[in-house]
Design a protein. Structure first.
Length: 327
Protein backbone atom coordinates (compact mmCIF):
# COMPACT_ATOMS: atom_id res chain seq x y z
CA UNK A 1 0.00 0.00 0.00
CA UNK A 2 1.27 3.46 -0.93
CA UNK A 3 0.66 6.64 1.06
CA UNK A 4 1.45 10.05 -0.43
CA UNK A 5 1.94 12.80 2.15
CA UNK A 6 1.77 16.26 0.59
CA UNK A 7 3.94 18.69 2.53
CA UNK A 8 5.26 22.24 2.26
CA UNK A 9 8.92 21.48 1.58
CA UNK A 10 11.18 18.48 1.06
CA UNK A 11 14.09 20.58 2.30
CA UNK A 12 12.72 21.15 5.81
CA UNK A 13 10.33 18.49 7.09
CA UNK A 14 7.65 19.36 9.61
CA UNK A 15 6.96 17.41 12.77
CA UNK A 16 4.06 15.47 11.24
CA UNK A 17 5.98 14.76 8.03
CA UNK A 18 8.76 13.08 10.00
CA UNK A 19 6.69 11.24 12.61
CA UNK A 20 3.85 9.97 10.44
CA UNK A 21 6.03 8.83 7.54
CA UNK A 22 7.98 6.68 10.02
CA UNK A 23 4.81 5.36 11.63
CA UNK A 24 3.29 4.21 8.34
CA UNK A 25 6.56 2.68 7.19
CA UNK A 26 6.68 0.76 10.45
CA UNK A 27 3.29 -0.72 9.56
CA UNK A 28 4.50 -1.89 6.15
CA UNK A 29 3.35 0.98 3.94
CA UNK A 30 5.36 2.57 1.15
CA UNK A 31 5.48 6.32 1.85
CA UNK A 32 6.08 9.16 -0.60
CA UNK A 33 6.69 12.73 0.58
CA UNK A 34 5.53 15.14 -2.11
CA UNK A 35 5.59 18.94 -2.33
CA UNK A 36 2.09 20.38 -2.46
CA UNK A 37 3.07 23.39 -4.56
CA UNK A 38 4.39 21.22 -7.41
CA UNK A 39 1.07 19.55 -8.23
CA UNK A 40 0.71 19.31 -12.03
CA UNK A 41 -1.20 17.30 -14.62
CA UNK A 42 -0.28 15.10 -17.59
CA UNK A 43 -3.40 14.70 -19.71
CA UNK A 44 -5.38 15.38 -16.49
CA UNK A 45 -3.57 12.74 -14.46
CA UNK A 46 -2.24 14.60 -11.46
CA UNK A 47 1.29 14.18 -10.15
CA UNK A 48 3.73 15.81 -7.76
CA UNK A 49 7.47 16.02 -7.25
CA UNK A 50 8.44 13.82 -4.35
CA UNK A 51 10.78 11.40 -2.62
CA UNK A 52 10.36 7.77 -1.63
CA UNK A 53 10.97 7.57 2.13
CA UNK A 54 13.64 5.00 3.00
CA UNK A 55 14.69 6.18 6.45
CA UNK A 56 13.36 7.84 9.58
CA UNK A 57 13.52 11.62 9.87
CA UNK A 58 13.39 14.27 12.55
CA UNK A 59 11.64 17.63 12.20
CA UNK A 60 13.79 20.01 10.17
CA UNK A 61 15.50 17.22 8.20
CA UNK A 62 15.96 17.26 4.43
CA UNK A 63 14.17 14.39 2.67
CA UNK A 64 17.02 12.37 1.22
CA UNK A 65 16.79 10.62 -2.12
CA UNK A 66 16.14 11.28 -5.79
CA UNK A 67 13.36 13.77 -6.52
CA UNK A 68 10.98 12.40 -9.13
CA UNK A 69 7.35 12.55 -10.24
CA UNK A 70 4.66 10.43 -8.60
CA UNK A 71 1.12 10.04 -9.92
CA UNK A 72 -1.58 10.65 -7.36
CA UNK A 73 -3.88 7.98 -8.80
CA UNK A 74 -1.19 5.34 -8.19
CA UNK A 75 -1.45 5.92 -4.44
CA UNK A 76 -3.99 4.18 -2.23
CA UNK A 77 -4.18 7.06 0.23
CA UNK A 78 -3.22 10.76 0.15
CA UNK A 79 -2.69 12.97 3.17
CA UNK A 80 -2.51 16.75 2.77
CA UNK A 81 -0.21 18.09 5.49
CA UNK A 82 0.79 21.30 3.76
CA UNK A 83 -0.75 24.49 2.48
CA UNK A 84 -0.57 25.84 -1.08
CA UNK A 85 1.16 29.18 -1.58
CA UNK A 86 -1.24 32.10 -2.24
CA UNK A 87 -0.22 32.46 -5.90
CA UNK A 88 -1.20 28.87 -6.72
CA UNK A 89 -3.80 28.36 -3.98
CA UNK A 90 -6.88 28.02 -6.20
CA UNK A 91 -5.18 25.84 -8.82
CA UNK A 92 -3.73 23.42 -6.29
CA UNK A 93 -6.94 22.98 -4.30
CA UNK A 94 -8.96 22.46 -7.49
CA UNK A 95 -6.58 19.85 -8.84
CA UNK A 96 -6.52 18.08 -5.48
CA UNK A 97 -10.31 18.05 -5.32
CA UNK A 98 -10.45 16.49 -8.78
CA UNK A 99 -7.84 13.91 -7.73
CA UNK A 100 -9.89 13.11 -4.64
CA UNK A 101 -12.76 11.92 -6.83
CA UNK A 102 -10.82 8.74 -7.56
CA UNK A 103 -8.26 8.47 -4.75
CA UNK A 104 -8.98 8.50 -1.02
CA UNK A 105 -7.73 11.40 1.10
CA UNK A 106 -7.19 11.24 4.89
CA UNK A 107 -8.68 14.72 5.18
CA UNK A 108 -11.19 15.78 2.54
CA UNK A 109 -10.37 18.76 0.34
CA UNK A 110 -13.79 20.25 1.11
CA UNK A 111 -13.11 20.04 4.83
CA UNK A 112 -9.64 21.55 4.55
CA UNK A 113 -10.80 24.45 2.39
CA UNK A 114 -14.00 25.35 4.24
CA UNK A 115 -13.49 24.26 7.85
CA UNK A 116 -9.83 25.11 8.50
CA UNK A 117 -10.72 28.65 9.49
CA UNK A 118 -11.90 30.58 12.51
CA UNK A 119 -15.14 31.13 10.61
CA UNK A 120 -16.02 27.47 11.27
CA UNK A 121 -16.13 27.87 15.07
CA UNK A 122 -19.82 28.72 15.02
CA UNK A 123 -20.60 25.58 13.02
CA UNK A 124 -18.37 23.02 14.71
CA UNK A 125 -18.52 24.11 18.35
CA UNK A 126 -21.62 24.19 20.58
CA UNK A 127 -22.62 27.72 21.59
CA UNK A 128 -21.79 27.13 25.25
CA UNK A 129 -18.23 26.10 24.32
CA UNK A 130 -17.21 29.09 22.20
CA UNK A 131 -16.67 32.77 22.83
CA UNK A 132 -19.09 35.28 21.34
CA UNK A 133 -17.51 36.75 18.19
CA UNK A 134 -18.16 39.40 15.56
CA UNK A 135 -16.72 39.14 12.04
CA UNK A 136 -16.52 42.00 9.57
CA UNK A 137 -14.24 43.77 7.09
CA UNK A 138 -15.73 47.12 8.11
CA UNK A 139 -13.73 48.90 10.79
CA UNK A 140 -16.63 51.08 11.96
CA UNK A 141 -18.90 48.13 12.77
CA UNK A 142 -16.23 46.40 14.87
CA UNK A 143 -15.30 49.66 16.60
CA UNK A 144 -18.96 50.31 17.41
CA UNK A 145 -19.34 46.81 18.88
CA UNK A 146 -16.24 47.28 21.04
CA UNK A 147 -17.58 50.59 22.38
CA UNK A 148 -20.93 49.08 23.35
CA UNK A 149 -19.40 47.18 26.26
CA UNK A 150 -16.52 49.20 27.76
CA UNK A 151 -16.16 46.79 30.69
CA UNK A 152 -15.38 43.85 28.39
CA UNK A 153 -11.90 42.79 27.27
CA UNK A 154 -11.64 41.48 23.70
CA UNK A 155 -9.32 39.64 21.36
CA UNK A 156 -8.96 40.78 17.75
CA UNK A 157 -7.41 38.60 15.05
CA UNK A 158 -7.59 37.64 11.36
CA UNK A 159 -9.85 34.66 10.55
CA UNK A 160 -7.34 32.81 8.36
CA UNK A 161 -3.96 33.05 10.07
CA UNK A 162 -2.22 30.80 12.54
CA UNK A 163 0.69 30.53 14.99
CA UNK A 164 -0.50 33.59 16.88
CA UNK A 165 -0.06 36.00 13.97
CA UNK A 166 -1.68 39.40 14.54
CA UNK A 167 -3.64 38.30 17.60
CA UNK A 168 -4.22 41.32 19.83
CA UNK A 169 -5.58 41.57 23.36
CA UNK A 170 -7.85 44.62 23.53
CA UNK A 171 -8.27 45.83 27.12
CA UNK A 172 -11.13 47.92 28.43
CA UNK A 173 -10.88 51.43 26.97
CA UNK A 174 -7.52 50.58 25.42
CA UNK A 175 -5.78 53.57 23.78
CA UNK A 176 -4.64 51.60 20.72
CA UNK A 177 -7.82 49.64 20.02
CA UNK A 178 -9.02 51.96 17.26
CA UNK A 179 -5.70 51.74 15.43
CA UNK A 180 -5.54 47.95 15.81
CA UNK A 181 -9.01 47.41 14.38
CA UNK A 182 -8.23 49.78 11.51
CA UNK A 183 -5.05 47.85 10.79
CA UNK A 184 -6.74 44.44 10.87
CA UNK A 185 -9.49 45.58 8.50
CA UNK A 186 -7.08 46.98 5.91
CA UNK A 187 -6.73 50.64 6.89
CA UNK A 188 -9.31 51.42 4.21
CA UNK A 189 -9.84 55.08 5.10
CA UNK A 190 -6.15 55.92 4.98
CA UNK A 191 -5.59 53.79 1.88
CA UNK A 192 -8.44 55.46 0.07
CA UNK A 193 -7.00 58.89 0.86
CA UNK A 194 -3.54 57.92 -0.35
CA UNK A 195 -4.92 56.20 -3.47
CA UNK A 196 -6.97 59.27 -4.43
CA UNK A 197 -10.44 57.94 -3.78
CA UNK A 198 -9.79 54.21 -3.90
CA UNK A 199 -8.05 53.94 -7.28
CA UNK A 200 -5.75 51.32 -5.79
CA UNK A 201 -8.61 48.82 -5.60
CA UNK A 202 -10.42 46.94 -2.86
CA UNK A 203 -8.40 46.98 0.37
CA UNK A 204 -10.69 45.71 3.13
CA UNK A 205 -9.61 42.69 5.20
CA UNK A 206 -11.77 40.60 7.53
CA UNK A 207 -11.15 40.60 11.26
CA UNK A 208 -12.71 38.83 14.22
CA UNK A 209 -13.58 40.63 17.44
CA UNK A 210 -13.98 37.99 20.12
CA UNK A 211 -14.80 38.28 23.80
CA UNK A 212 -11.76 37.51 25.93
CA UNK A 213 -12.04 34.23 27.82
CA UNK A 214 -10.58 34.48 31.34
CA UNK A 215 -10.02 30.70 31.41
CA UNK A 216 -7.19 31.18 28.90
CA UNK A 217 -5.08 32.74 31.66
CA UNK A 218 -5.03 29.33 33.36
CA UNK A 219 -3.43 27.80 30.25
CA UNK A 220 -4.58 26.17 27.03
CA UNK A 221 -4.36 22.52 26.04
CA UNK A 222 -3.50 21.38 22.52
CA UNK A 223 -5.48 18.21 21.77
CA UNK A 224 -4.87 16.01 18.71
CA UNK A 225 -7.86 14.02 17.49
CA UNK A 226 -7.73 11.14 15.02
CA UNK A 227 -10.85 9.49 13.62
CA UNK A 228 -12.90 11.11 16.36
CA UNK A 229 -10.61 9.87 19.16
CA UNK A 230 -8.28 11.88 21.38
CA UNK A 231 -4.77 10.52 20.80
CA UNK A 232 -2.32 13.12 22.13
CA UNK A 233 -2.29 16.32 24.17
CA UNK A 234 -0.09 18.76 26.00
CA UNK A 235 -0.48 22.01 27.87
CA UNK A 236 0.74 25.38 26.63
CA UNK A 237 2.18 27.91 29.02
CA UNK A 238 2.46 31.40 27.58
CA UNK A 239 5.49 33.65 27.72
CA UNK A 240 5.22 35.93 30.79
CA UNK A 241 5.34 39.01 28.54
CA UNK A 242 2.70 37.81 26.06
CA UNK A 243 -0.99 36.93 26.21
CA UNK A 244 -0.47 34.29 23.51
CA UNK A 245 0.53 30.73 24.39
CA UNK A 246 1.56 29.61 20.88
CA UNK A 247 4.83 27.68 20.89
CA UNK A 248 6.00 29.82 17.94
CA UNK A 249 5.42 32.96 20.04
CA UNK A 250 7.47 31.91 23.02
CA UNK A 251 4.98 29.57 24.68
CA UNK A 252 6.16 26.37 26.29
CA UNK A 253 4.72 22.86 26.04
CA UNK A 254 4.04 21.28 29.42
CA UNK A 255 2.68 17.94 30.56
CA UNK A 256 -0.96 17.98 31.63
CA UNK A 257 -3.83 15.57 32.13
CA UNK A 258 -7.21 15.63 30.40
CA UNK A 259 -10.37 15.09 32.41
CA UNK A 260 -13.42 13.23 31.14
CA UNK A 261 -15.26 16.43 30.22
CA UNK A 262 -12.36 17.67 28.10
CA UNK A 263 -12.08 14.33 26.30
CA UNK A 264 -15.84 14.20 25.69
CA UNK A 265 -15.90 17.70 24.19
CA UNK A 266 -12.87 17.06 21.97
CA UNK A 267 -14.34 13.78 20.70
CA UNK A 268 -17.76 15.35 20.10
CA UNK A 269 -16.10 17.85 17.78
CA UNK A 270 -13.91 15.12 16.32
CA UNK A 271 -17.03 13.19 15.29
CA UNK A 272 -18.47 16.27 13.63
CA UNK A 273 -15.21 16.77 11.74
CA UNK A 274 -15.34 13.16 10.55
CA UNK A 275 -18.78 13.81 9.07
CA UNK A 276 -17.01 16.27 6.75
CA UNK A 277 -14.12 13.97 5.93
CA UNK A 278 -11.63 15.37 8.45
CA UNK A 279 -9.99 12.40 10.19
CA UNK A 280 -6.99 14.17 11.70
CA UNK A 281 -6.82 17.56 13.35
CA UNK A 282 -6.10 19.47 16.51
CA UNK A 283 -7.81 22.01 18.69
CA UNK A 284 -6.86 24.36 21.50
CA UNK A 285 -9.04 24.16 24.57
CA UNK A 286 -9.40 26.18 27.77
CA UNK A 287 -12.32 24.20 29.14
CA UNK A 288 -15.19 24.71 28.69
CA UNK A 289 -14.11 26.73 25.64
CA UNK A 290 -12.60 25.76 22.32
CA UNK A 291 -10.20 28.51 21.28
CA UNK A 292 -8.88 27.41 17.90
CA UNK A 293 -8.73 24.67 15.26
CA UNK A 294 -5.78 23.45 13.23
CA UNK A 295 -6.72 21.03 10.46
CA UNK A 296 -4.06 21.61 7.80
CA UNK A 297 -0.79 20.46 9.37
CA UNK A 298 -1.55 20.64 13.09
CA UNK A 299 1.21 20.59 15.63
CA UNK A 300 0.89 18.62 18.82
CA UNK A 301 2.22 15.11 18.27
CA UNK A 302 5.85 16.12 18.56
CA UNK A 303 5.43 18.37 21.60
CA UNK A 304 3.25 15.77 23.32
CA UNK A 305 6.05 13.26 22.80
CA UNK A 306 8.65 15.67 24.18
CA UNK A 307 6.74 16.38 27.40
CA UNK A 308 5.32 12.88 28.02
CA UNK A 309 7.94 10.62 26.47
CA UNK A 310 5.19 8.76 24.58
CA UNK A 311 5.10 8.72 20.76
CA UNK A 312 1.46 8.61 19.61
CA UNK A 313 2.17 8.68 15.87
CA UNK A 314 1.83 4.90 15.53
CA UNK A 315 -1.60 5.05 17.17
CA UNK A 316 -2.57 7.74 14.67
CA UNK A 317 -1.41 5.57 11.77
CA UNK A 318 -3.28 2.53 13.08
CA UNK A 319 -6.53 4.47 13.46
CA UNK A 320 -6.24 5.94 9.95
CA UNK A 321 -5.52 2.54 8.40
CA UNK A 322 -8.44 0.94 10.22
CA UNK A 323 -10.73 3.79 9.16
CA UNK A 324 -9.96 3.42 5.48
CA UNK A 325 -10.11 -0.38 5.55
CA UNK A 326 -13.78 0.03 6.50
CA UNK A 327 -14.52 2.34 3.60
Amino acid sequence: MRLLILINSLDCLGENDAALSSAFRGLGWEVILGEINTIAADDYRYFTRGVLVTESYSPGSVAAGARQSYLLDECQLIWVLGSPQPRVYRDVWRMLWLASQQTRFVNSIEGLVFLNSKHAMGYLVPRENRACSYVSNDFSSLWERYQQDPSQSWVAKPPNSGCGQNVFLLPQNGPNVRAILQCLTGNTVAQSEMDYGGLGGFKADYAILQKFIPEVAQGEKRIVVTCGKVVAWHGRQGHPSDHRSNITQGGRAIQVDLNTNEVALAELIGQKLMAHGINFGAMDMAYPYIIEFDLGFPGGLWDAKLVSGVDRSHQVAELIIARFKQH
